[in-house]
Design a protein around this ligand. Sequence first.
Ligand SMILES: NC(=O)c1ccc[n+]([C@@H]2O[C@H](COP(=O)([O-])OP(=O)(O)OC[C@H]3O[C@@H](n4cnc5c(N)ncnc54)[C@H](OP(=O)(O)O)[C@@H]3O)[C@@H](O)[C@H]2O)c1
Length: 245
Amino acid sequence: MTQPGKKVCFMTGATGRLGSEIALSVAGQGYTIFFTWHASEPKAEELLEKIRWVSPESEMVHCSTSSAKEIQAAFAAFLKRFDRLDLLIASASNFYATPLPDVSEEEWDSLVDTNLKGTFFTMQEASRIMQKQPFTSRIITMADISADLVWKNFAPYTVAKAGVVHLTKVFAKTFAPNILVNAIAPGTVTLNPGKDMDSEEEMVARIPLRRLGDPLDIVKTVLFLLESDYITGQVITVDGGRMLS
Ligand SMILES: NC(=O)c1ccc[n+]([C@@H]2O[C@H](COP(=O)([O-])OP(=O)(O)OC[C@H]3O[C@@H](n4cnc5c(N)ncnc54)[C@H](OP(=O)(O)O)[C@@H]3O)[C@@H](O)[C@H]2O)c1
């Protein structure tokens, strides 16, 4: 069991480009991190080593968040090791273009299961633990500004992220006042070589603040939500003003 009083965070998608920066920063705030990895074992091992420099009791477990059974198994492993859960960060995601009208069932299932179903079952397992605790805990989901835009080549992904926004509100209302549940909706922070339909110049031209986001912009928002006691059911958009254009 963890040191008395030490906060514990369960995180999916911690090996991601934003995910790893978030995990390291949350560890730096004094949290023990229990994170899942899926395909990136070497990255996961490297991340765990770095996290343990500041948070030595941290752990990782393999889990595909597109499977409810694997999520339940990951939480069972978590509960063998830890007796409290202060924070869930649900960040696991996959992303690629799926132009209409040629979206396959496999592509739909992969994008919706990873981005939406996985987020739902992760939130459900976390809230089961959190609702019984005599202190406030937090859930942060990772949405995307595309949940509110019409991106014609990304229908399954954007529908899944719109679902994440709705789940965030449902969980916030259901589990208030014990659990504060909020989403972060980044604009474009990292580029996806071979997957983005527009060039970097085209993307930057649409952003009033004239730059892509930096992972630190997202990290700062996570840290803000960790300190906030009176915000729940909200989506914090971090997009350099992209939604204004
Ligand atoms: N980066 C951006 O510019 C941006 C913009 C808008 C929204 N977002 C959202 O912000 C969040 C973090 O983004 P990111 O850049 O860190 O993402 P990323 O670099 O694409 O990383 C994706 C993460 O999800 C995990 N993952 C993928 N499929 C999985 C599965 N089936 N089961 C379990 N884990 C799985 C990956 O784990 P493995 O590597 O171990 O497979 C990895 O940790 C995501 O939800 C993303 O949609 C990001």
